[in-house]
Design a protein around this ligand. Structure first.
Ligand SMILES: [Zn+2]
Length: 74
C-alpha cells in the first residue's frame, strides 16, 4: 500500500467515525464508498498546498477527475 493510499484510508476512516459512517464527497457532498474514494488536495500543490491531512479531503473518483478536467483556462 502506497503512502497516499494509506493516508486516504486513514482520512476515510477518521471522517466515517466522526460522521457515523457517512463520508461526504468534498466536491458534490454525496456519500463516497470506500472503493470510490480518492484524495483531493483542497489547496492544489501548484498553489502552495501541501499533502498534510488538513489539506486533504475525500471525493469520488469521478468528481475528482471532473474537477481537474474543468481547470480554468486562466
Ligand atoms: Zn462526488
Amino acid at each position: 500500500m502506497s503512502t497516499l493510499a494509506h493516508t486516504r484510508h486513514k482520512i476515510y476512516t477518521t471522517v466515517a467515525r466522526q460522521l457515523h459512517g457517512v463520508v461526504p464527497c468534498w466536491v458534490c457532498g454525496e456519500h463516497v464508498t470506500v472503493n470510490d474514494a480518492t484524495l483531493e488536495h483542497i489547496r492544489p500543490l501548484s498553489e502552495g498546498g501541501n499533502s498534510h491531512m488538513e489539506n486533504l479531503a475525500i471525493s469520488h473518483g469521478l468528481c475528482n477527475n471532473q474537477r481537474h478536467a474543468r481547470k480554468p483556462s486562466a
